[in-house]
Design a protein around this ligand. Structure first.
Ligand code: CA
Ligand code: CA
Length: 528
């Protein structure tokens, strides 16, 4: 079984693998990619040296669980070293994907598999309402209900924009196709439900892999949406052509054929139409704002109004990018920088014998698969990332790196699997104002980055926070900046917190949960 690091997992899929770590050993020794040369040292946040029983969650429920000594110790360590108390305030969420602190002072959560939006009380995790998304389809892959965005004038319009996959049926009786649409709903604060669906754009590609599906309004009032490369040219979809570098024709735009939108960031008016000032790329204007993306699961507006995305890399080079209108971000010809280091483009889909080939993402390409070096790519509008996690040298031995992860090889690769990106704007936590926070899946941590004054580069070394054995999916902040809310995946592999070579664990501390990290100041010994 091959497990890809940025795959999302359904809760039933990993129940068989929990005996590997009967005891979870937590250590104060930094974990690194031992034996390999990488640009940035990966350091586990210091966590208390203690022993937890299998399945024991050091992030306990608020108020109604008795803490064991080990749980108490873990919490005190987080408090003393990072200044946060921690509580899980809701459990049993159905693959939560998008978390927003709403203008109505409640937390809004899309449940990708549950196919709905939950409203949750941020103080105690009480579920206030469940709002189903009609016609959303979920097929055990990475599809379902994806990202959402509040209308900038939500308090008067009550409009909420939601992206989700659906089955498009044709008149000819052919099998339905998986597609994606963005629909505007109107929230009724008296019934606590959503209604009046209005499709802004439909017929976008949908996939079991790499949908991306994040969206936000920009300061310009336009809606930005990340649509992934659909996982093409890899794994089960290896024989499908990756479209991240493809651009539409005038005829395709006129016919509303959005098949070339895969691997792009789209920019649209709130009614779904193409803005008049969208870039004309190769002379053609469409919804496409930027292209050459792989799987951008994070989008954030920076302090200068610039837009940033985080992208899952392949085997190396997760990226943080600053968007420039009409920019080409390189994928699949380039991963990270144009540096001819560890990444080369293997075009499986173009191989005539592709269906007979066994996909392998580390071995030399088999006969029939063409290989391109990054330096063969010479687009003048290429935009390099502002940060990678992590760039490794040419000749990096992925097979060797993956060995200690067994079947879950990619959990050992030099990537963190970035799952969302947000700007922290408050001055409540010292040193955090206008920093980007990026959640990670297999890294089990949240990474804080400081931008330079122009917003064009990351200043200093990114900082790891909240290290745990959790797959962090999205993050939101209370308006006063004192509470950091995080949702987690229900299942899947994360790097275990232990000494020595990296190993994966699928025994997550707080699966499918909403966690509240409350800032009380480092060194404060009084737990709340
Ligand atoms: Ca790129
Ligand atoms: Ca590169």
């Amino acid at each position: 079984m091959f497990i890809h690091k940025d795959s999302k997992f359904n809760s039933t899929r990993y129940i068989v693998t929990v005996t590997l770590f009967g005891l979870i050993l937590l250590s104060v020794v930094p974990a690194t990619f031992s034996g390999f040369s990488i640009n940035t040292t990966i350091t586990a946040t210091n966590i208390v040296q203690t022993v937890l029983a299998q399945g024991e969650d050091p992030f306990p429920l608020t108020n109604n669980e008795t803490l064991t000594p080990a749980q108490q110790q873990a919490r005190e360590q987080l408090l003393n070293e990072q200044g946060f108390s921690v509580n899980v305030i809701a459990r049993n969420l159905s693959a939560p994907l998008n978390l927003l602190y709403g203008p109505d002072d409640t937390l809004w959560i899309t449940e990708r598999v549950g196919k709905d939006i939950l409203r949750v009380d941020p103080t105690n995790g009480t579920k206030l309402s469940t709002m189903p998304i009609p016609n959303a389809n979920q097929s055990k892959g990475q599809d379902g209900v994806l990202g959402m965005a509040f209308d900038p004038n939500f308090n008067s319009t009550h409009h909420i924009y939601v992206a989700y996959t659906y089955e498009k049926t044709s008149d000819e009786g052919a099998a339905p196709e998986l597609k994606t649409k963005i629909t505007r709903f109107t929230y009724d604060p008296t019934t606590n439900n959503i209604s009046e669906p209005l499709d802004l754009i439909s017929g976008l590609s949908g996939s079991s892999d790499h949908n991306s599906g994040r969206m936000t309004f920009g300061p310009d009032g336009k809606l930005y949406y990340t649509i992934g490369d659909q996982g093409k040219n890899q794994l089960a979809l290896a024989c499908l052509n990756n479209m991240a570098q493809h651009l539409p024709t005038v005829e395709e735009v006129a016919a509303k054929n959005w098949s070339t939108y895969e691997g792009k960031v789209l920019r649209m008016n709130p009614d779904g139409s193409i803005p008049e000032d969208n870039p004309a790329i190769n002379g053609i204007q469409s919804h496409i704002y930027t292209y050459g993306h792989r799987n951008a699961q994070g989008i954030a507006i920076g302090p200068t109004g610039d837009i940033y995305i985080s992208e899952h890399g392949d085997n190396s080079d997760d990226e943080v990018n600053r968007l420039v209108a009409g920019g080409n971000y390189g994928w699949p010809y380039v991963s990270g920088y144009i540096d001819d280091k560890a990444y080369q483009y293997y075009n499986w889909s173009a191989a005539k014998n592709c269906p007979e080939l066994k996909f392998n993402d580390v071995a030399p390409a088999p006969v029939g698969v063409t290989v391109k070096s990054e330096s063969e790519f010479n687009a003048t509008n290429f935009v390099p990332p502002i940060q990678t996690f992590y760039t490794v040298d040419k000749g990096f031995n992925f097979t060797e790196a993956g060995k200690s992860c067994g079947e879950m090889t990619s959990t050992c690769y030099p990537t963190v699997a970035p799952s969302s990106l947000r700007l922290y704007t408050s001055d409540t936590i010292p040193g955090w104002e206008n920093n980007l926070l990026m959640t990670t899946l297999k890294g089990g941590k949240i990474i804080k980055m400081t931008l330079d004054d122009n917003g064009t580069a990351v200043k200093g070394k990114p900082q790891d926070l909240f290290r745990s054995e959790n797959r962090y999916r999205d993050i939101a902040f209370s308006p006063d900046g004192s509470t950091i809310y995080v949702i987690t995946d229900p299942a899947g592999p994360v790097q275990a917190m232990k000494d020595g070579p990296i190993t994966p664990t699928t025994t997550l501390w707080s699966p499918g949960a909403l966690i509240a990290f409350n800032y009380v100041g480092a060194g404060n010994s009084t737990l709340q």
